[in-house]
Design a protein around this ligand. Structure first.
Ligand SMILES: [Zn+2]
Length: 167
């Protein structure tokens, strides 16, 4: 029986060519027949291969709301390019339709809290907008609580509990 994959095995399924060439995915494909994705599984988890490549290369954990863009246009089947130099986190300029559809559905609580955190840590609104693929206006509206004001920060909730304890 073949031993189960570990995360490091990801690289074994990638045809690592020249530094600037596309690196085809040699592993399995899944998802809808019309929209196949290169999938990598290890330790009971499954990732989109080039997404995991991005996380490992940059030492980050991507949020569910962050999606990948290929500068080479070879992300789809049959190439599924995994060259980290060709993959980056998308911005609305890259894919206006995608950004529009996500704005329509709104941002999740955790994303709103993350954006507030980043603002508090001194990130610019434009920087955050690029990170999340939303408009700077969206970030600005969150900063002033013009939108999503109903989402409280976890810290505020904890403080409320403390006050109740003292009474
Ligand atoms: Zn490529």
């Amino acid at each position: 029986m073949p031993r189960p994959n570990t995360v490091d095995d990801l690289w074994r399924y990638i045809d690592m060519r020249g530094e600037d060439e596309c690196w085809p995915w040699l592993g399995s494909w899944g998802g809808r027949r019309s929209h196949l994705m290169p999938y990598f599984s290890a330790g009971g988890q499954r990732w989109i291969a080039y997404r995991k490549v991005y996380e490992l290369t940059h030492g980050v954990s991507l949020l569910g709301s962050q999606y990948m863009c290929h500068s080479c246009d070879n992300g789809a089947h049959p190439v599924g390019c995994c060259n980290p130099k060709h993959v980056r986190v998308g911005t609305p300029q890259d894919n206006v339709d995608d950004a529009k559809s996500r704005n329509r559905f709104g941002l999740s609580k955790s994303v709103v809290r993350n954006i507030r955190n980043l603002l508090a840590r001194g990130h610019t609104q434009q920087n955050i907008a690029d990170m999340y693929g939303c408009s700077r206006e969206t970030v600005s509206a969150i900063a002033t609580k013009r939108t999503y004001g109903y989402i409280t920060d976890p810290d505020e909730e904890e403080q409320l509990v403390d006050i109740q304890h003292q009474q």
